[in-house]
Design a protein around this ligand. Structure first.
Ligand code: CTP
Length: 453
């Protein structure tokens, strides 16, 4: 049986971000957790075992042929002792090895012997991260129950800018502490990991989980002093970690000729706020955006589109690997039936533009929806808000719709505030006039509550 103290096995692989693992180890130790570090041979080229041994007061495991061990069969003992295995930073190489069942050093043999929950925080160059082989390896590991903390976007060590930076240390630690408390240990009715660990739901184990909450508060307080407000640090609850969220935002533009187009007043602010909030809560976010004047939030993958057709194609392409789709974009319902190759010259008298229907993206996606995927639409109305929105919920077979009246002062297009009603098949929740970022969080709260049911 485990004592009160939880054990985390921290595997550090060969990445320039290896130095950040020292902070992960330090924060966990400060939170009252016993940390054992396993360093790959390549990891040891970036940071030395002595750093981890000093921070954790435990021997750092480096290779299988080291004879100065305290356990009989060290990798098995370390694996057995672990309540949680965290691979951070995880290089493309170690992800590939784990996904292929390769265990050729201390780190990979220990991971293979671990039956506890496992978390992977990747860190690598953008092109490597986006490489379909790496993505396939991650998808494979997800199927085996591995959880991922998505990398952030920014300037990478190689000089490239893009996705691949190790997620913020604070977010990784908050996720670990949350998982130790809530998922695997704290819920007395949870048997989620019962097969994997000791099945320890005893009062002692739960008391340990309570102690962790107190420690987590200490770590968070510490960090607030060090780096500023909660909002900026990514210290928000990580309840979307491991989830892939697809958000659409902004208007579409439907070309009439090379000079003119039909569009609407959408600023993209609501969708961008949802993308930002989802990212801060740990999700891997793809933001499909029409042409807007605002910058994308840090850490999200931006797919820039122009027309409703472009948006439809981008959404259909990403939907298959999406857990949660939020369609906040104001998609044109009609486009000019013919687009002139040359600028249309004016003539005397009126002119008529014949319009054709665009693809109803949400209306079409219901047919592609798989078990476990969640779809939230938006509904923009000037009258009969709730009645019309509920009709769209049913007709488009949505799980949720955010009803947005542009008749309300301070709500709708271009404002930084919004006033919406969140509607599902069985519920209706009217929010007050609040910032779009707060609105985004409330929508995500409602989605998280629905998907956890
Ligand atoms: N939507 C979509 N594809 C379209 C039009 C809209 O996916 N071609 C999505 C929007 O992104 C939104 C939801 O459908 O999430 C509702 O959009 P809205 O414009 O409020 O309603 P429509 O379905 O277009 O109906 P109407 O314009 O008649 O109110």
């Amino acid at each position: 049986m485990l004592g009160d103290k939880k054990n985390v096995l921290l595997v550090v692989s060969g990445s320039i971000a290896a130095y950040k693992a020292a902070d992960i180890a330090r924060n966990l130790v400060k939170a009252g957790i016993s940390v054992t570090v396993s360093l790959t041979a390549n990891g040891a080229k970036f940071i030395t075992p002595i750093t981890f041994e000093t921070l954790t007061a435990s021997k750092c495991l480096v290779d299988t042929f080291d004879r100065s061990f305290k356990f009989d069969v060290e990798h098995i003992s370390a694996a057995k002792a672990a309540d949680l295995c965290v691979i951070a930073p995880a290089s493309a190489n170690i992800i590939g090895k784990i996904a292929s069942g390769i265990a050729d050093d201390m780190a990979t043999t220990t991971i293979m012997a671990c039956t506890c929950p496992k978390i992977i925080a990747p860190a690598m160059n953008t092109a490597m991260y986006d490489n379909p082989i790496v993505q396939d390896n991650m998808a494979r590991l997800r199927k085996y129950g591995y959880r991922f903390i998505a990398p952030a976007e920014g300037l990478l060590a190689c000089g490239d800018v893009g996705r691949g930076k190790l997620a913020p240390v604070e977010a990784i630690c908050a996720y670990i502490l949350d998982l130790l408390k809530t998922d695997a240990f704290a819920d007395p009715d949870s048997d989620k990991y019962a097969d994997h660990e000791t099945g320890d739901n005893t009062p002692e184990a739960n008391a340990g989980a309570d102690a962790l909450t107190a420690c987590k508060d200490n770590v968070e307080a510490d960090k607030a002093v060090a780096v500023g407000s909660d909002e900026d640090t990514g210290l928000k609850k990580q309840d979307l970690a491991g989830r892939r969220v697809l958000v659409t935002a902004g208007p579409t533009q439907e070309a009439i000729d090379p000079v003119r187009y039909i569009t609407n007043h959408s600023s993209g602010k609501m969708g961008y706020a949802i993308a930002e909030a989802a990212r801060k809560r740990g999700a891997e976010v793809v933001l499909v955006s029409g042409q807007v004047a605002i910058s994308p939030p840090e850490g999200v993958k931006l797919v820039s589109v122009v027309s409703a057709q472009d948006m439809a194609e981008a959404v259909f392409e990403h939907f298959e690997t999406t857990d949660i789709l939020v369609m906040a974009a104001a998609v044109a319902d009609y486009r000019p039936a013919e687009v002139a190759d040359q600028k249309i010259k004016k003539k005397d008298g009126d002119m008529v533009i014949r319009l054709a229907r665009t693809t109803d993206i949400l209306g079409t996606i219901a047919g592609k929806k798989k078990e476990g995927q969640f779809i939230c639409g938006f509904s923009m109305e000037t009258e009969n808000l709730l009645e019309n929105s509920r009709k769209k919920l049913e007709k488009k077979k949505l799980d949720m719709i955010a009803a947005n009246s542009i008749a309300e002062p301070g709500a709708g297009f271009a404002h930084d505030t919004n006033k919406i009603t969140i509607i599902t098949k069985d519920s209706e929740l009217s929010l007050p006039l609040i910032s779009k970022l707060e609105t985004a969080d409330r929508i995500l709260d409602a989605i998280v509550a629905e998907i956890s049911e």
